[in-house]
Design a protein around this ligand. Structure first.
Ligand SMILES: NC(=O)C1=CN([C@@H]2O[C@H](COP(=O)(O)OP(=O)(O)OC[C@H]3O[C@@H](n4cnc5c(N)ncnc54)[C@H](OP(=O)(O)O)[C@@H]3O)[C@@H](O)[C@H]2O)C=CC1
Ligand SMILES: N=C(CCC(=O)O)C(=O)O
Length: 458
């Protein structure tokens, strides 16, 4: 896809960015999600490079695009029947200019280097926007935890950390959860780290249990934060969440706590989904039942529909975007909301779309939504609540403190409001009022670039 500037920029500046992008396509063919993530950022940087030619001279954009370190490793493990499996592990330590590498681990059969690089590249700017002194990184494996016993997941996590421990630490690289990596997996990973290093290093992993160094609100943080960001976008338009009809995709950690905060603010959430399809619940999602199905029984959204009764309908293979709503909060996976879905949302009168997931909206869908005047919150800004509270967990660990839920939630609200305002004001300053994609990309990039320039050619 050719590079088109989202903002007026001199042709010679765009030519430099186009050559940089061509280099990415040449060097990393086939990594389509990584290309997509880079493409979106480069489309925002024209005016920045035009105003600061020194960035081009310093090859700053090329340096940000190339990870500082890419680690891949073998993960052998044995299932409950004694059969041996071999998975592949990844950790991309993308950019440490602002702090230790920080980012989740994803366990999903679709994980490959390109996926990890897209997630890590997004994480650089997301973490920069938090202002909390964290660099960008990401990792994971093509291991599929679905249907595996706790013992099998434990053996996999122990094998995975036996290798990963060489590369992580509280002052180096601090992983956390993402798709397929929740409280159970974090526990097994931390236990193995402790065993192989003989160190109690609380700050090397976030999302830990409350009894052993975890932070209040970390479980809720990503979902809460996206709803807080959405509320700020609406507030700027003289609206709030009370009474709004909301469609949510996904039914995991981000989706569940998105629903919780949205319901607390008076909204009516009527859908959840998983890879089998979606449920629409005319009475509104029963969150206690959803938590029981997903967090306790590790079931499917179709099980929710069966248990919920007549108000809930399961649509196999369908997408929540077909259901009329005021607000859409994609909280499952990348590229789940395409241009056709965006057109349906617009036709049904959607007012705001805010990304709880990482890069869930395709470029074509972003174009449809923004052209229709829909408030759009990009994931690198809107879903930064998770990593922000991870950074607060690291802060508590460093001071051996444990803050109460109310204090952490107050901090989270302040951080999400600050991220919103930074993006909003940056977009305004660059002549793209209300374009949070431009605001997030430029504000995040400038913070990283200034730190990189100060630290020399490394
Ligand atoms: N956890 C965190 O701290 C943060 C997560 N995110 C992002 O939020 C999104 C969700 O993560 P999280 O809630 O933690 O993960 P979970 O594993 O808890 O839940 C993922 C949900 O998305 C669904 N899903 C995953 N892949 C697909 C697919 N290919 N097609 C349809 N549905 C799919 C899953 O359904 P199924 O069970 O059928 O696979 C599940 O309902 C991801 O994009 C993640 O990168 C962003 C910021 C922070
Ligand atoms: N998966 C996460 C959370 C990362 C973290 O808490 O370090 C993300 O920001 O995408």
């Amino acid at each position: 896809m050719p590079l088109a500037s989202r903002l007026p920029a001199p042709p010679e500046t765009m030519a430099v960015l186009e050559e940089t992008y061509a280099g990415v396509l040449r060097r990393d063919p086939g990594e389509s999600e990584f290309h997509q993530a880079v493409h979106e950022v480069l489309e925002s940087l024209g005016p920045v490079l035009a105003a600061r030619p020194g960035l081009a001279t310093a090859k700053l954009v090329e340096r940000v695009i190339e990870p500082e370190r890419q680690i891949m490793f073998r993960v052998p493990w044995q299932d409950d029947d004694g059969e041996i499996h071999v998975n592949r592990g990844f950790r991309v330590e993308y950019n440490g200019a602002l702090g230790p590498y920080k980012g989740g681990l994803r366990f999903h059969p679709t994980v490959n280097l390109g996926i990890v690089k897209f997630l890590g590249f997004e994480q650089i700017f997301k973490n920069a926007l938090t202002g909390l002194g964290i660099g960008g990184g990401k990792g994971g494996s093509d291991f599929d935890p679905h249907g595996r016993s706790d013992a099998e997941v434990m053996r996999f996590c122990q094998s995975f950390m036996t290798e990963l421990h060489r590369h992580v630490g509280e002052h180096t690289d601090v992983p956390a959860g993402d798709i397929g990596v929740g409280a159970r997996e974090i526990g097994y990973l931390f236990g193995q780290y402790r065993r192989v290093t003989n160190r109690w290093e609380a700050g090397m992993l976030t999302g830990k249990g409350m009894l052993w160094g975890g932070s209040a609100v970390r479980t809720e943080a990503t979902g809460y934060g996206n709803v807080m960001f959405t509320a700020e976008m609406l507030r700027r338009r003289g609206e709030d969440l009370d009474g709004q009809q909301i469609v949510v995709s996904g039914s995991g950690n981000v989706a569940i706590y998105t629903i919780e905060k949205a319901q607390q603010l008076g909204a009516n959430v009527i859908t959840v989904s998983d890879s089998g399809g979606y449920v629409v619940d005319e009475k509104g999602i029963d969150l206690d039942l959803l938590k029981q199905v997903k967090e306790v029984d590790r079931g499917r959204v179709s099980d929710y529909a069966d248990l919920r009764g007549s108000s809930a309908r399961f649509v196999a293979g369908g997408r929540v975007w077909d259901v009329p709503a005021d607000i859409a909060l994609p909280s499952a996976t990348q590229n789940e909301l395409d241009a056709d879905a965006a057109a349906i949302l617009v036709r049904n009168g959607v007012k705001a779309v805010s990304e709880g997931a990482n890069m869930p909206t395709t470029p074509g869908a972003v174009h449809v939504l923004q052209n229709a005047g829909v408030a759009f919150g990009p994931g690198k800004a809107a879903n930064a609540g998770g990593v922000a509270v991870s950074a607060l967990e690291m802060r508590q660990n460093a001071s051996r403190a444990a803050w109460p839920f109310s204090q952490v939630e107050e901090e989270l609200l302040a951080i999400m409001t600050s991220i919103h305002d930074t993006c909003y004001e940056t977009a305004d300053r660059y002549g793209a009022p209300g374009d949070y994609v431009v605001g997030a990309n430029i504000a995040g990039f400038e913070r990283v670039a200034d730190a990189m320039l100060a630290q020399g050619l490394i």
